[in-house]
Design a protein around this ligand. Structure first.
Ligand code: IMP
Ligand code: MG
Length: 471
């Protein structure tokens, strides 16, 4: 089957979105263009103000009786809204997720794709594509549908801001989801700011899990603070005392037993403050390192490991003339030592990124991009340390757009314990414990980069008992 011309369909949708027609006409027109391009039916369904039902707002090529079946029950429908991710069913007949199955069969719908329409991370509805025959959606199809869903999100956004439509406007029901959530604690707002900085989409408390029931009555529930749809990961921030963390841990253990498919990470206050301190934010932002309490890797150990990595890289990249790409500034010692042990021809380049400052509205930016042309090259990204993975995943996405022949990562240190974003790392120097480290290029608030070894600093306002004893 010939691939539809998605580029001109997107251009057309953008034209419609920005021309002078009425909001409702724009929606109808975009839905129609989408359906025609894909050669199927299309519908935009919106969550009502209770967020429990879905209403067909605009549709094209769907039989009347299918539309007239009334609102869909969110819980029984496709689960793209609960999961906040694209859901594809190539053949309905072998799937149990569809509500009104008989109706779907009468309307001769066999394949469906549902893409959430999101504003600031929160789903307000879904764009659904329907086919009479079974169909395997290609990744190009899905990308196209997702792009259209984004254009629709922008349409809604432009409708809402700056002048909110009146209460009886057809979209008013969807609007109350758009305001920033009421965070239960300032640290949650700060964390949301950090995620925003790295362009990581998040949803606040989207879902409650039942942990305990007495008969039909729910006796214990748990609502994790954040959900990151792109990573399919829940995050629970806890600012509680250590004794209460034990209680939280129990809840999380229970959640994992009952819902083994759910990925959840607990960030406690200490970890979290240290995460922010890395950027000079949060309560430890002004703290100072005062000496070193432990040496993790001596000069010799580092040299031994760097030589091994260089040998591996030389073997893997023989005849490839890789570009070793360093991310400023922590990589400096590592890169300098590594390249001197690499025995095959190579090039080198650098990038720099802006740092999180805690000020709202600013996203991560590349402050220095590469000078070399990377298209068709074998790029090896050289990092000092991968912690949450947020920096790395941002850079990797950026570099993928430059079409290198291959793209791999080499990091001196890997701290798995604090990983939030999954990233593939080809070469790892050392797996380190959950401790902040300095030296050999790594800093604490710009200090200690020039130590020849890697060690754990004493951080003065740190509340962990271990550090207190040494003060
Ligand atoms: P991520 O985005 O959380 O993975 O953070 C990666 C960056 O944070 C690294 O490239 C470092 O610049 C910095 N970083 C993370 N952990 C440490 C540490 O223990 N010492 C010094 N810098 C760190
Ligand atoms: Mg770095």
């Amino acid at each position: 089957m010939k691939q539809p011309d998605y580029t001109s369909a997107i251009a057309q949708a953008l034209n419609i979105a920005t021309d002078g027609t009425e909001f409702g006409d724009k929606l109808n027109h975009i839905i129609r263009t989408t359906a025609e391009t894909l050669g199927g039916g299309a519908s935009l369904i919106m969550l009502d103000s209770t967020r429990t039902r879905l209403i067909h707002s605009s549709s094209f090529r769907l039989p009347k009786y299918y539309l007239q079946k009334g609102p869909l029950d969110r819980e029984k429908s496709l689960d793209e809204l609960n999961s906040n991710r694209t859901v594809v069913i190539n053949d309905i007949r072998s799937d149990s997720r569809i509500q009104f199955r008989e109706l779907a069969e009468r309307a001769l719908i066999t394949a469906i794709a549902g893409v959430p329409v999101r504003i600031k991370g929160r789903a307000i509805g879904s764009l659904r594509i329907y086919y009479k025959a079974s169909r395997t959606f290609s990744s190009a199809d899905i990308t196209f549908i997702e792009q259209i869903a984004r254009i629709i999100s922008l349409l809604f956004l432009s409708e809402i801001e700056p002048a909110p439509p009146s209460q009886n406007h057809p979209v008013a029901g969807a609007l109350h989801h758009v305001q920033a959530p009421d965070f239960a604690h300032p640290s949650e707002a700060e964390f949301a700011g950090l995620l925003d900085f790295y362009n990581i989409e998040w949803v606040y408390e989207p879902r409650s899990f039942v942990l305990e029931k007495a008969g039909n009555r729910v006796t214990e529930m748990f609502s994790p603070d954040f959900y990151l749809p792109a990573l399919d990961l829940y995050i629970e921030l806890t600012t509680l005392k250590q004794s209460l963390i034990t209680y939280k841990n129990r809840k999380i253990r229970r959640l994992r037993e009952l819902y083994p498919e759910i990925k959840i990470t607990l960030l406690n206050k200490n970890n979290y403050d240290r995460l922010l301190a890395k950027y000079g934010s949060g309560p430890l932002g002004q703290s100072r390192a005062h000496g070193i309490r432990q040496v993790l890797y001596t000069q010799e150990q580092i040299k031994g490991r760097v030589d091994e990595l260089a040998r591996e890289i030389s073997a893997d990249y023989a005849n490839k003339c890789p570009v070793l790409l360093g991310v400023q500034r922590g990589f400096i010692c590592f890169m300098a030592d590594l390249i001197r042990q690499i025995s095959v021809p190579m090039d080198m380049d650098f990038m720099a990124l802006s740092h999180y400052t805690g000020k709202p509205g600013k996203g991560v930016k590349i402050t220095k991009d590469t000078d070399l042309e990377l298209e068709g090259r074998h790029v090896l990204l050289v990092e000092d340390i991968v912690d949450t993975g947020m920096t790395l995943s941002y850079i990797l996405n950026h570099l993928k757009g430059r079409h290198p022949s291959s793209l791999e990562v080499c990091t001196l240190l890997d701290r798995q314990a604090r990983r939030l974003v999954d990233v593939d790392i080809r070469y790892i120097g050392f797996n380190i414990p959950d401790e902040f480290v300095v030296g050999y290029g790594l800093d604490y608030q710009e200090e200690y980069r020039n130590l020849p070894f890697i060690g754990v600093p004493v951080i003065l306002s740190d509340t962990s008992p271990l550090v207190k004893e040494t003060q």
